[in-house]
Design a protein around this ligand. Sequence first.
Ligand SMILES: Nc1ncnc2c1ncn2[C@@H]1O[C@H](COP(=O)(O)OP(=O)(O)OP(=O)(O)O)[C@@H](O)[C@H]1O
Ligand SMILES: [Mg+2]
Length: 288
Amino acid sequence: MQADSGEKKKEVHDEIEEHHKKIESITKDANELLERYKTEPEKKMGVFQYESEEADHRIKRIKTGIKGLDELIEGGVPEKSLILLTGTTGTGKSIFAMEFLVEGALHDEPGVYISLQESMEETMSQMRFFGWPVDKLIEESKLLIVQPELYNFDALMTAIEDAIDKVKAKRLVIDSISIIGMYFEKKFKIRKSLLEIAQLLKKLNCTCIAISEIGEGEVELSPYGIEEYIADAVIILYYAKKGSAFIRAMTIRKMRTTKHSTKIHPIEIRRSEGIIVYPTEEVFSTVW
Ligand SMILES: Nc1ncnc2c1ncn2[C@@H]1O[C@H](COP(=O)(O)OP(=O)(O)OP(=O)(O)O)[C@@H](O)[C@H]1O
Ligand SMILES: [Mg+2]
């Protein structure tokens, strides 16, 4: 019995080792490829700027407010794009989205936070915890947190439109669109509603972050399998095992009209700073 379990352990260990080697090799290949496309000044600096000569300057980009991220996406996210922010629980999705709104609100781009998961008070206290002036921004109508009636899709659509109109929002966050799956029983109806909401978001002329969830151990990027196709950009946040601890990381899975980093970047969540992306550091992990 014990010999069996020892053998099994070794098998698992070997499998993990194998997996680890594969990740190392893929990362090495990707980095070599990136190295090839570096310009001379970038080679000297050792930094890849993700600024291509053919960058389309007609595309207006807005700053995300996430330290270290904008330099990986040609300076910011394309204005009026729909970004799917996905990851397993506790990966920092809500904090990321809040920081994105605060950045806008502090620079004359009002924002709306549609909170379908947490109460308004919980959302506000999370923002205060990071030292963001949430109360002042709300008072000045630069930030609006809305908690629409649950399980009522039409009420949700109306609440989004009304909130945007109220503060003339330029940025919008929905936390999370996965909750919409609980409004309907039939998958078809869920998908139809997700499409409808995406159409509404496109019409509103805002840059939107729609938060979605990945179940623990799942490989799909979203619960209903269409969210990532509807979105213009997909950012994934990870919580991954490295040795005997867990580390946080982020990757840009897609961003239309943008030459973006294809690496997996380590990130950190820090009190009074929010999320920090490390553009040049590497992540090696045994489990994703
Ligand atoms: N000051 C801090 N320093 C370090 N980590 C922090 C700090 N504050 C929060 N965190 C981390 O952030 C996590 C919560 O982040 P957030 O609420 O954004 O996650 P989430 O992806 O939205 O989770 P969920 O899917 O449950 O909504 C906590 O579990 C904790 O690990
Ligand atoms: Mg959250």
